[in-house]
Write a protein that binds this ligand. Structure first.
Ligand code: A3P
Length: 292
C-alpha cells in the first residue's frame, strides 16, 4: 500500500478545476489519487468472472442513467416498478464499484452481475479485458460532458484532457475501438441516441447482457416500464435524489449533483462559438479515420 502511495506521489500533478482535489496523470489519464490507488490495486488483484457485466462511462456522460437501466433490466424478475430499490436509492448505490477486492460497498444484491467503473478501457484489469465478461459503455456529446461549475476553467482543462479520467475523447475512443474489435464483449451506447428513443436500447442492452426481454414480457409492457422507472423525471423527483448525500471515497456528493437537467444539447446555452469550435477541432483530430 505504501508503495502505491509513493507511486502516486511521484506522478505528474495538476490542480484541476476543483480546488483541493488535484489530479494525477497515471497510464495516460488524469484522476484523483484515491481512485488511482483503487485502479492500481484492482489492476494487481481483481479477477473478473465470465458472468460479470461492467457498466462503464466517463463522468457526466449518463452513468447514473445507464446504471439505473442495467439494474432495472437484470433485477426485473426480482422487483416490480413499485418495489425497485431505484425508488429508494440513487442508482450509484445500487451497483457496486470495481475495486481490488472485487465488489466494493456492501450494497451488492446476491447474484447481481453488475459492477461499475469509470476506468479507461486500456487501464481496466487484464482479467476484465481477457475474460468472457461483458462491458457496456455510454458516451455523450463532449460539449455536454464536463462540469458546469466554474465553466471557463473546467472547459480549458477538459480540452487539455485534465478532467476526471480524462482526456474524455480518449476515454470514448478506447471503448469505441474495443466495441469494434470485440462486439460480443463491448456494447457502445450513445446518450443522445438513447434519449431520442430509449426502448430499442433497453431491448438491446437486455439482449447483450444475457437478459433478453421475452415476447410475453414485451406484450405486457416490460420495456416501457423500465424506460419509465429510469427516465430523468422519475429518479430526479425522488426525495432521496433531491436531498440525499452519497459518501464518495473522500468527499460527500449531494445526489442532486447527478441530476442537473438531462437535456440533449444544453451546451448551446453555455458555450461560446470559440469554445464550440475548439472542441469540434479536438474531436476531428481525435476521431480522425474512425468514421465518427
Ligand atoms: P446534465 O448535466 O446535462 O443535466 P453522469 O451520471 O455520468 O454524471 O451524467 C450526468 C448527466 O446525466 C447529467 O446531465 C444528468 O442530468 C443526466 N442524467 C441523470 N440521470 C438521467 C436519466 N435518468 N436520464 C437521462 N439523463 C440523466
Amino acid at each position: 500500500m505504501e508503495n502505491v502511495k509513493d507511486t502516486i506521489a511521484n506522478l505528474p500533478k495538476d490542480d484541476g478545476w476543483n480546488a483541493g482535489y488535484p489530479l494525477y496523470h497515471y497510464q495516460g489519464f488524469w484522476c484523483s489519487p484515491n481512485f488511482i490507488e483503487d485502479i492500481i490495486l484492482s489492476q494487481e488483484g481483481f479477477k473478473a468472472e465470465p458472468t460479470d457485466i461492467f457498466v462503464c462511462s466517463a463522468p457526466k456522460s449518463g452513468s447514473t442513467w445507464l446504471k439505473a437501466l442495467t439494474f432495472a433490466i437484470v433485477t426485473r424478475t426480482r422487483y416490480d416498478t413499485s418495489t425497485s430499490p431505484l425508488l429508494r436509492k440513487v442508482s450509484h448505490d445500487c451497483i457496486p464499484t470495481l475495486s481490488n477486492s472485487g465488489k466494493k460497498l456492501d450494497i451488492c444484491e446476491p447474484g447481481l452481475p453488475l459492477i461499475s467503473t469509470q476506468t479507461p478501457y486500456h487501464a481496466l484489469p487484464k482479467s476484465i479485458l481477457n475474460s468472457d465478461c461483458k462491458v457496456v459503455y455510454i458516451c455523450r456529446e463532449p460539449k455536454d460532458a464536463f462540469n458546469h461549475l466554474s465553466l471557463e476553467k473546467a472547459f480549458v482543462l477538459f480540452c487539455e484532457g485534465k478532467s476526471f479520467y480524462g482526456p474524455y475523447l480518449d476515454h470514448v475512443l478506447g471503448f469505441w475501438k474495443a466495441s469494434q474489435e470485440k462486439p460480443q464483449k463491448v456494447l457502445f451506447l450513445n446518450y443522445e441516441e438513447m434519449m431520442k428513443d430509449t426502448e430499442p436500447y433497453v431491448k438491446k442492452l437486455a439482449e447483450f447482457m444475457g437478459y433478453p426481454i421475452s415476447r410475453e414480457e414485451g406484450e405486457v409492457g416490460a420495456v416501457q416500464e423500465i424506460v419509465r422507472l429510469c427516465s430523468f423525471e422519475n429518479p430526479s423527483n425522488l426525495d432521496v435524489n433531491k436531498t440525499g448525500v452519497k459518501q464518495q471515497t473522500k468527499a460527500k456528493v449531494e445526489n442532486n449533483f447527478y441530476f442537473r437537467k438531462g437535456k440533449v444539447g444544453d451546451w448551446k446555452n453555455y458555450l461560446t462559438t470559440e469554445m464550440e469550435e475548439r472542441l469540434d477541432k479536438l474531436m476531428d483530430q481525435t476521431f480522425a479515420g474512425t468514421g465518427n
